[in-house]
Design a protein around this ligand. Structure first.
Ligand code: ATP
Ligand SMILES: Nc1ccn([C@@H]2O[C@H](COP(=O)(O)O)[C@@H](O)[C@H]2O)c(=O)n1
Ligand code: MG
Length: 222
């Protein structure tokens, strides 16, 4: 039986990016509003040890913190609009630096071409892959109206605006990564547990490669 050190799994995008002095792996998690990004990220964290960073959650926390950008962010979220990239990128970058983990799920980002290009320019990080949760607007609308978490944007008027922004601004980002063969598309209309079975099949080879990276760096530094 071969040892993991003899035969490392080479998977593109795993631990290829530097953030300060740490090597990081980033997976972008995209999909329409209510497609189940947050729900599945929680499962991935539990099974594969990633840290979940939701751009929307970071922006909502920024509003609560009383930051000088709070009012601007709140108004953008109420309108379903995309907050300027420098604000969101700073929040994501700070969260990755503060966290000791080296593998991150970035949920709900990049949301438009400006987000994508600015993140690449500022951080020099490119994703190992992009997980895309594909779901019909009808199903997403049903889920958002039933979510009941008190979000200011979970009302039918803002939901319609968010769908429009998704189609006009976010789908082109997914197309960009698709042209680079980086998109892993999941049928997100299925029940939560069935969606996670498909997610697991995608993460398994990466999880193995990441474990081997950790193991090899332990051996090297020993
Ligand atoms: N596969 C599924 N089937 C049915 N309901 C689901 C499924 N996945 C998630 N949900 C429910 O749909 C709602 C939206 O899910 P979630 O918050 O994960 O979506 P999201 O993509 O993160 O949305 P947003 O972009 O608005 O943050 C939640 O109430 C969640 O419990
Ligand atoms: N990159 C992003 C992500 C989110 N926003 C704003 O937050 C809202 C909620 O995002 P969720 O991912 O939690 O649905 C979104 O509609 C945007 O207003 C953003 O500006 N940029
Ligand atoms: Mg979410």
């Amino acid at each position: 039986m071969g040892s993991v050190v003899d035969a490392p799994v080479v998977v593109e995008g795993v631990a290829e990016n530097m953030l300060g002095d740490k090597k990081v792996t980033v997976v972008f998690v995209l999909g329409g509003p209510g497609s189940g990004k947050g729900t599945q990220c929680a499962n991935i964290v539990e099974h594969f040890g990633f840290t979940h960073l939701s751009a929307g959650d970071l922006l909502r926390a920024e509003i609560k913190s009383g930051s000088e950008n709070g009012t601007m962010i709140e108004n953008m979220i109420k309108e379903g609009k995309i907050v300027p990239s420098e604000v969101t990128i700073k929040l994501l970058q700070d969260a990755m630096i503060k966290n000791e983990n080296d593998k991150f799920l970035i949920d709900g980002f990049p949301r438009n071409e400006e987000n994508r290009a600015a993140f690449e320019n500022v951080t020099k990080i490119s994703p190992a892959f992009v997980l895309f949760f594909d779901c019909s607007e009808e199903e997403m609308e049903r889920r958002l109206l039933a979510r009941n978490q008190g979000r200011v944007d979970d009302n039918i008027e803002t939901i319609r605006k968010r769908f429009k922004v998704f189609v006009e601004s976010s789908l082109p980002v997914i197309e960009h990564y698709n042209a680079k063969d980086k998109v892993k598309k999941i049928d997100a209309a299925k029940p939560i547990s069935e969606v996670f079975e498909d997610v697991k099949a995608i993460f398994a080879p990466y999880a193995k490669a990441l474990l081997e990276c950790d193991y090899i760096s332990v051996i090297k530094n020993h």
